[in-house]
Design a binder for this molecule. Sequence first.
Ligand code: ADP
Ligand code: MG
Length: 218
Amino acid sequence: MTELGLSSLVGFVDSYSLRLAELKETLNTLDNRIGDGDHGTNMARGFAAANQQLQKNPPADLGAACSAVAMALLGHVGGASGPLYGTVFLKMGNVLGHEPHADEATLVQAIAAARQGIAERGKATYGDKTMLDVWEKSVTYLQGNPATDRFLGVATVALDEALATRDRIAKKGRAAYLGPRSQGVCDPGSVSSGLFFEEFARACGKELELIPWDTLVL
Ligand code: ADP
Ligand code: MG
């Protein structure tokens, strides 16, 4: 059974922020092609601030850790992704609550609540070529495969979905202004979300090979 403790959640934010810093230019390049070129900068800055906050003020429980991350993202990211990832952590924190551990069923609920939050905040639907595409597919997989090592499997599902956004036409966000010209480029927010699920799997103790995002998405 998969579970997540407080130190693993704090470790997740640390590793996710490191990977985002490494992938900053890749994410900026994707956003430059179909947006304004700042998604890597936004994500790296926001999660570095969130990580610093957790290191400086160690949170008492999972819910407190998630709220601290949400506040840091809302305070440090001006783009669309700040409120969207901020919502992810607010909603996850509501489900995880004042507890030091979460069991597998609770983790699935927390991720599903985050997906719902993104959908409500961004008013996108599946297939609009936004980060919601990855969250939607990942939640469907997690909910539909209770008998498997689903927090390992979800990393591959999220990767495949991030790559699948390449052929889609954007219907929401800045890329939507390009209409059909948004085709041929992976959605940057879907790539940062794919990376989220990869690092989340690792935080849950899953052993997987490092996904070579830059060679796959560029
Ligand atoms: P901005 O678009 O303000 O420059 P970012 O570049 O940081 O912000 O983030 C862009 C990403 O945000 C997109 O790639 C997309 O995945 C996500 N996004 C944008 N608008 C929406 C929306 N309405 N719903 C869901 N996700 C969205
Ligand atoms: Mg942008």
